[in-house]
Design a protein around this ligand. Sequence first.
Ligand SMILES: O[C@H]1[C@H](O)[C@@H](O)[C@H](O)[C@@H](O)[C@H]1O
Ligand SMILES: [Fe+2]
Ligand SMILES: [Fe+2]
Length: 284
Amino acid sequence: MATADVISSEAFVIPSSNSFGQPFRLYDAESVRRLTVEDFYRNNHINQTYSFALDMRGKYLGLDRKEMSIWECCELLNEFVDESDPDLEEPQIEHLLQTAEAIRKDFPQEEWLHLTGLIHDLGKVLLHQDFGGLPQWAVVGDTFPLGCAFDDAIVHSEYFKDNLDGNNPRFNTKNGIYTEGCGLDNLTMSWGHDEYMYQVMKLNNSTLPPQAFFIIRYHSFYALHHGGAYTRFMNDFDREMMPWLHTFNKYDLYSKSNVIIDVEKVKPYYLSLIAKYFPKVLRW
Ligand SMILES: O[C@H]1[C@H](O)[C@@H](O)[C@H](O)[C@@H](O)[C@H]1O
Ligand SMILES: [Fe+2]
Ligand SMILES: [Fe+2]
């Protein structure tokens, strides 16, 4: 394996504000990104319905769109800026490296967690033309379960008033189609980069540990891991995995900055990890 070439060996320090001088995840703050982000969530909350999510699973989980390596996918993300994010305006490949390198500072031995940082947002490749160029509202942003009532802990929950599922008596009760303790695995989540990437890893037989799969699948479920909503659906396995998601979230969120990482410098290290946990070419 290539020797670890960490950018800096100091511990990762949580910055007191994002690169726009605002606290992180403050969706109402006046900033250059506020209107873009709010517009994003309006579209997202109106259009993410239970039937839409099922539809997208059917369309994308056959993984018959493209064949490429993990690193090729990282490079495809170079052209995208995430419209749902109040804290970052850099291309997504930078966010991947910022997350992974921040984790590396505090957990130098946990190489699986470095790689989890690198790949956690690769599902955003659904924005690319080769994948039909899905609109941002169908790919990024926080996720939430469909088939039960929308919780107020979800960002901009006011926009759910125009979501058709809100008028459907099957879906609009507290638990809707689910039972308490059913396990997160049984929830149909809003469609986006989390579920897609989780399935890509699974269907391509990644050898990453279960914690990595759990982190990637639920990292955008802020209403749960940040807001404490929907915990009634968790089972023992979910509770066992949760501390890792909390650990990961610190680096995913607070590493967002305008300090750019030199891709070529860190590439050899990440290529060595990819070779260890993934086939050379994956189906997407
Ligand atoms: O705006 C961000 C971004 O889209 C992230 O990739 C996602 O994981 C977060 O949940 C979301 O708030
Ligand atoms: Fe994400
Ligand atoms: Fe992220």
